[in-house]
Every structure is written in C-alpha cells, then in structure tokens.
Design a protein around this ligand. Structure first.
Ligand code: SAH
Ligand code: AVI
Length: 315
C-alpha cells in the first residue's frame, strides 16, 4: 500500500464514523469508488437513463478540434477524477501536440486499468498517474516539469461538491495548474425533473446498486454489518439547491456496527450519500469567477443539455 492509498483508507474510516455519528447521517460520494464501485459507475454510464456520459462524449466529439486549438505544444493534460479515461481519448486523438497525461483519481484500481490500456494505445505519451484525493492540495509529478499544464474535469464531477467546496477546489486547481493555465470543465445543466430523477434511478437498478455499494465497502473494509437489503435507494431533485440528491433509506429500525461502534437507524431514516449540483451557464460562470477563473468558451449540447466550459486563469 502506498502512503497515499493508506491515507485514503484512514480518511475513509474517520469520515464514515463521523458521518454516521451526525444527527443527519451522511457519507462523502468520494467513497463510492472502490474497485466494485468504479465498475458499477461505468455500468451506470451505460444505462439508457444516465444521459450525462453519452451527451458529454458526443459534445466532446463535436468540439474536439476547437478545443485542441487552445492546447499548447508539448502540454500536459491533467485530469481530475479520470476513472476509465474514456473521454480523454477524444482529446488525445484531437490534440496530438499533448506530450503528457496526468490522470488523478482516488481509486487506484480504476487508475491502473485506465493507464494500462492507454499505455498500449498511446505509446508516445508520457503517462504519469497520480492516486490522490482532489479535495485536498495535490502536487504535479516531477516528470512533467516544463510541460504547460491544461486541466480537464469532465463528467460534472464538480457537481458532487457543494458550491463552497467547488470554489475551494477550483482555487486549488488554479494554484496547481499555474497562472497561465486553461481548464476544461464538463458540467450538467438544470433541466426537467423527470429526466433528472430517471438518470439517478434507472429502471434496471444499476444506480441503486452503485449507491448501496458504499455500504458493502464499509462492510468489506471497516468490519461493518450493514444489511444492504434493508436500505432503499432514493433519488430526489432539490429545487432550492438545484441538485439531485441520493439517499439510502432504512426500511426498518436497526442498529448497524462499524469498527465495533453501534449506529442506530430509525425506520425511514435517511443516509445522504451524494449531491449532484446542476448548473446554468450563468451560475457556473459565477462559481468559476469566485475562484479566479474566467470562462473563455462554452459548448452546450442539444437536449438533454450538458456544457463544456473552457476557463482561463489569466486576467
Ligand atoms: N471522468 C470520468 C469519471 C467520472 S466518475 C467521466 O467523466 O466519466 C468520478 C471519478 O472521480 C471516479 O473515477 C472517482 O474515483 C473519482 N473521484 C471522486 N472523488 C474523488 C476525489 N475526491 N479525489 C480524486 N478522485 C475522485
Ligand atoms: C461522478 N458523478 C458526477 C456522478 C453524478 O452524476 O453525480 C456519479 C453518479 N451518481 C449517480 N449516478 C452517477
């Protein structure tokens, strides 16, 4: 186990105990992504209802040549939450001037699988994967020194932060990437409630399994005894906060143990597992501006609308 992986395991234990001890129980969505969770997320992306992935892929395909024109020669693409690095391939193909790729992910398993397949498909590319948590400060690997960095944060993963957390993240990214950097961010846009709820509650139950996997992970890694069948998956649109929320609802009164500690759930009590904020071009521009980024280009897909924002750190 590397130092970074050990730190992530330690944080997982502390955060779970803290989150389950609160009057309103909650867990951070960053803990969905163990090996099983990363695979379940990829299965979610293939469901008919989860439109963001294929919509963003199609948008990237359309915009790739225009995006490539902003990428300097010999640049390093730094991707936050790279997962399977599928969308990355569109940029790598459109911008052969990219010399290096730094995928950053909290899931060592997803990172290993993605880099193994990229290594054989892009042999000339310098690959420098980074296991890490982007909710904390990161450092770029030494081997990309001299390559101008361009940031990439697809998938609307930025929506999994609260607005204040998103501003803090964007500020850290600005420091990491440097004052002349550019940053391409994918963000899902506000749309009708039925489309949103279906995307987070697909008929085949893949998202439900993804949501429940965090309990299975607690059982596997923290000696938990969650009975997965007594937690129901719920996806709700919070109109005021402009976000989808995922919850696990206890279907009976029960006491669960984690690391030897008891946690009581009343019948109907919820465990909040994820927020997925949705944006408008104006709300995203305001958020980015609070962290010192300016929107230089916006690409928006046909409905269901998803946006790509190209940000620059320069004034
Ligand atoms: N970029 C891909 C994957 C998105 S899923 C896409 O657009 O399809 C979100 C990814 O972010 C997962 O691979 C997950 O492991 C990673 N992730 C989530 N929270 C993270 C964090 N705090 N630090 C680093 N990676 C994180
Ligand atoms: C990774 N993240 C942006 C996804 C989202 O839409 O919030 C995770 C996800 N949750 C449910 N389905 C997919």
């Amino acid at each position: 186990m590397t130092d970074e992986t050990a730190q992530i395991s330690e944080d997982f234990a502390d955060d779970v105990i803290q989150g389950l001890s609160r009057p309103h129980k909650r867990l951070s969505p960053k803990y969905f992504y163990d090996d099983a969770g990363s695979r379940l997320f990829e299965a979610v992306c293939r469901t008919r209802e989860y439109y963001p992935t294929r919509t963003e892929l199609a948008l990237l395909r359309t915009a790739a040549a225009e995006i490539a024109a902003y990428i300097p020669d010999g640049a390093a693409l730094v991707e936050f939450g790279s997962g399977a690095s599928l969308k990355t391939r569109l940029l790598l193909d459109a911008a052969p001037q990219l010399a290096a790729y730094v995928p950053v992910d909290i899931s060592p398993d997803a990172l290993e699988r993605a880099t193994a397949s990229l290594r054989s498909d892009y042999p000339a590319l310098l690959l420098s994967p980074l296991v890490g948590d982007f909710s904390s400060p990161l450092s770029l690997p030494a081997d990309i020194h001299g390559c101008p960095p361009i940031g990439f944060f697809p998938g609307s993963t930025i929506g999994n932060f609260t607005p204040d957390e998103a501003v803090a993240f964007l500020g850290r990214a600005r420091t990491l990437l440097g004052s002349n950097a550019q940053f391409l961010v994918g963000a899902d846009l506000v749309k009708d409630e039925a489309t949103l709820v279906a995307a987070y509650d697909d008929a085949a139950g893949v998202t439900a399994a993804f949501n429940r996997n965090v309990l299975a992970r607690i059982n596997r890694e923290l000696g938990g005894d969650f009975d997965l069948d007594s937690f129901a998956h719920r996806a709700v649109w919070n109109a005021e906060a402009q976000r989808m929320e995922m919850w696990l609802i206890s279907t009976r009164e029960q006491t669960v143990h984690v690391l030897g500690k008891p946690f009581h759930f009343a019948q109907g009590e919820g465990l909040h597992t994820e927020n997925s904020h949705k944006f408008t071009p104006a709300s995203f521009t305001e958020l980015a501006g609070r962290a010192g980024w300016r929107v230089v280009r916006t690409w928006i897909s046909p409905e269901p609308q998803f946006a790509l924002f190209l940000l620059t750190a320069s004034d």
